[in-house]
Design a binder for this molecule. Sequence first.
Ligand SMILES: Cc1cc2nc3c(=O)[nH]c(=O)nc-3n(C[C@H](O)[C@H](O)[C@H](O)COP(=O)(O)O)c2cc1C
Length: 220
Amino acid sequence: MTQILHLTASARHGRSLSRMLGARFIDGWRRLRPDDVIVPRDVGAVPPPAISENWIAGAFTPEVERTPEQQDALAISDELIGEVVDCDLIVLATPMYNYGMPAALKAWVDQVVRVNKTFTFDLTRGDDPLAPTLAGKTMVLLTSSGEFGFAPGELRSHMNHLIPHLETVSKYLGVTEIHTASIEYQEFGDARHESSVALAQDRVDGLVGELTKSLPSVAA
Ligand SMILES: Cc1cc2nc3c(=O)[nH]c(=O)nc-3n(C[C@H](O)[C@H](O)[C@H](O)COP(=O)(O)O)c2cc1C
């Protein structure tokens, strides 16, 4: 069986293109693998809190020694990390806001990438002291942007702080394989946008076909 964490980060609902791609992936998956478990987490609709002094102090304090305030601050982090630990596949649908990820998604990242939970820190490892504690997860990263040319080698690749950032931090969630599909040109609303939508939808359908074959099924 595969457990999917379905994350959505757009502040928009009905008109959101990244949500549309995420929903398309999940609908396609359900058709082929109805017994798999899908866990939705809509950080666009309900943004996680920003981390706090109590959160940071608590994360560096052994569990039995934490104050009630530190325990409270870490409760949502424990819940969100649990969803990551339990999943095999993270389907992350997000817009580009100001050339990076929405603040609500960054708040989720800050809650789930946590010392002694999703990574360890050990100076005996020399110049590379951080090591993830999880491994073997796949991520499908579905994005939408108003402008275009964010792919490697294109016009605005140097301005893409969305996909490279998520690729970097997802390592600390145990992600070892990432697939992307991106809609561009949303603000132009022209034929290039339509073609970009169609290509991204085809890519999503292809990823459903590919990953339903490679990820564990009920029978496995
Ligand atoms: C607050 C905000 C900031 C945005 N910043 C960018 C940006 O930096 N670059 C870009 O190409 N598009 C930007 N856009 C356009 C969105 O990426 C585009 O509308 C995308 O389709 C939104 O995703 P959604 O359709 O899932 O809501 C921005 C939109 C908003 C609302």
